[in-house]
Design a protein around this ligand. Structure first.
Ligand code: MN
Length: 485
């Protein structure tokens, strides 16, 4: 089982913990009223607070606090009734305060759980260590001028949730599944849009290796700010091999921060622990502790949407879907909602099949989200009804579906226009069958002499004679009856 790196001295396993910085969906920043909109002109969304002007006092954004608590509840985590903001002191040009307001030993959310749906159908529970609220820093831009750097403070003060997993992850694949699942939960909750390209979800990976069977935790390296799921997986894979090579050749691994270079596919040392910061955390004297009463948490708990795990359970139980199909459908809330709309009046398994295979195929090809689907859920549901009630065959349905994609028309209109109604009239089918049998005495003889696989050929001939409109199952039945008579 698992992911093992074979060496000369040992077989090695991976120990991975992930820290995700997730940008809170909020109109205003964590401690000021400035806008958090992405893509504004440089330094156009900066208040005195965000610029670190002396004498300014932070005012906590209550909505951001609710978002963090909602996220904690979605991760089945302990919501701490009292938490404290702390100053994390360090200097950086894009952080004019000289410290980041974060949380240290009293975070807003404590231990929780995230369940990974593994490809083999099994479940893996990964512990959540904590979630805390903190402000983002500004952005340094080094590539606009040959010897100057620019600072954009629009991002300064934007609310972030730092979500820290326990070191429970054992393979690059699990890390990828963890990130996708976390992203899915955040999007269901509406607390983070999960957009890694725009930086609203950024991942740091803590990686160490140890001989299989050992329970020790060896020195770990932290790979900073990886911005796609695929790169996180690649970075972990590279880093684990690098550490195994160090140990196998008699060396040691230094605790350090590394960067992943996605062009070269390798991690590189950024700073070693020798130069590690002592952040001198202390409670921020400008901010009171956050305290909740039971009613506040109960209210948010009651308002939680159905989350992916519950939806998946319901889809498998109520609709009889496989865990795999249900998993594909629930990953994005909008897809799940679309599917449920389709499945309202028709066979849910058929609906799942059409959504996953045909509709997602078209969306992928066009590079659009389900919100911009050329086929409405109502129309797709109707198409499936037409298959189920034998108005059209599955083969015809593919043609109708293509026409729906091209024209946006209803399936009924397309079936009508193209005269595609399936022939289910036994009289008409019998007539066609009789004609084919009469015209092909030699083939009939072959069939009767034991070549029963000839039946397929006969069905094909009847379908051809009816321009593909005959119901294939009915043709087959009628042919068998007559040929075996
Ligand atoms: Mn952080």
């Amino acid at each position: 089982m698992g992911y093992i790196i074979k060496g000369e001295k040992h077989n090695w396993e991976l120990v991975i913990g992930l820290e995700v910085h997730a940008q809170v969906i909020s109109k205003a920043k964590l401690f000021s009223g400035s806008s958090t909109d992405f893509g504004g002109g440089p330094n156009t969304q900066v208040s005195f607070i965000d610029a670190g002007m002396p004498g300014m006092l932070p005012v906590l954004n209550g909505h951001a606090v609710e978002q963090a608590v909602k996220t904690g509840l979605g991760l089945k985590a302990k919501i701490n009734r009292r938490s404290v903001f702390a100053r994390k002191n360090y200097f950086y040009a894009d952080m004019p305060q000289g410290y980041q307001i974060s949380q240290y030993d009293q975070p807003i959310v404590g231990e929780g759980t995230l369940v990974l749906d593994m490809p083999d159908g099994s479940l893996r529970e990964i512990g959540i260590e904590r979630l805390h609220l903190e402000q983002d820093a500004g952005k340094s831009i080094h590539d606009l001028h040959p010897h100057k750097s620019y600072i954009d403070l629009n991002r300064s003060g934007i609310p972030l949730m730092e979500i820290v997993s326990k070191p429970d992850i054992r393979t690059p694949e699990e890390a990828g599944i963890y990130l996708k699942k976390l992203r899915s939960i955040l999007r269901y909750l509406g607390t983070c849009d999960g957009n890694m390209e725009e930086g609203s979800m950024r991942c740091d990976a803590n990686v160490s290796v140890r001989p299989v069977g050992s329970t020790e935790l060896r020195t770990r390296c932290e790979i900073k700010n990886v911005n796609s799921v695929r790169f996180v997986m690649q970075a972990i894979e590279y880093e684990a091999r690098r550490q195994v090579d160090c140990y196998e050749s008699g060396g040691t691994v230094d605790q350090e921060t590394r960067l992943y270079d996605s062009n070269k596919g390798e991690t590189r040392s950024m700073r070693s622990k020798e130069f590690a910061h002592d952040y001198r955390y202390f409670p921020d004297p400008d901010l009171l502790p956050i305290e909740f009463d039971e009613a506040f948490v109960t209210r948010l708990q009651g308002a939680l949407p159905e989350l992916p795990d519950d939806k998946l359970a319901r889809f498998t139980k109520d609709f009889g879907l496989t865990a795999y199909d249900a998993g594909v459908l629930v990953a994005e809330k909008e897809n799940a909602e679309y599917f449920e709309e389709v499945a309202k009046g028709c066979d849910p398994k058929l609906a799942a099949n059409w959504v996953i295979t045909n509709l997602f195929g078209v969306l992928n090809k066009r590079g659009v989200e389900i919100g911009d689907s050329p086929v409405s859920a109502k129309n797709l549901g109707r198409l499936i009804e037409l298959i189920s009630d034998n108005t059209i065959s599955s083969r015809m349905a593919k043609e109708v579906f293509e026409a729906m994609v091209e024209t946006g028309k209803t399936p009924d209109a397309i079936v009508e226009e193209r005269g595609m109604k399936q022939i289910t009239d036994t009289g008409a089918i019998d007539a066609a069958v009789d004609k084919i049998i009469a015209e092909n005495a030699d083939k009939v003889a072959q069939y009767k002499s034991g070549k029963v696989q000839m039946l397929g050929w006969f069905v094909g001939q009847v379908m051809k004679a009816t321009q593909g409109k005959a119901n294939p199952a009915m043709c087959s039945d009628a042919l068998k009856k007559k040929l075996d008579a």
